[in-house]
Design a protein around this ligand. Structure first.
Ligand SMILES: [Zn+2]
Length: 99
């Protein structure tokens, strides 16, 4: 089960975008940026929305849990977040729809 979030992509200045990208790595979660386009889309989301998404990913073993060590992948339907369950380490993914 994947919960979808819909958001509108807004035009933003590059400077603002880079400032937001720099702030993503805060908060104790390990992250690497694999796909710049996806990372750009992610950076345009409000920080509270980002946290809401990260903390509400469904694990087949644990139920709703937190995704850690996640990477961004540009998907046909939005941003695909791929990472691991914070509780059991199982691979998990979440799609954030942008259309
Ligand atoms: Zn789990």
């Amino acid at each position: 089960m994947t919960i979808l979030f819909v958001y509108n992509v807004k035009q933003q200045k590059v400077v603002d975008l880079m400032a937001r990208l720099g702030s993503i790595s805060n908060g104790g979660l390990t992250m690497s940026v694999n796909d710049f386009n996806a990372a750009q889309k992610w950076a345009k989301l409000a920080k509270d929305i980002q946290q809401l998404i990260v903390r509400n990913v469904f694990c087949a073993d644990c139920g709703v849990t937190t995704i850690v060590k996640y990477t961004f992948h540009d998907d046909e339907y939005g941003i695909l977040l791929k990472g691991k369950c914070k509780k059991c380490g199982r691979d998990m993914a979440r799609l954030i729809e942008d259309k």
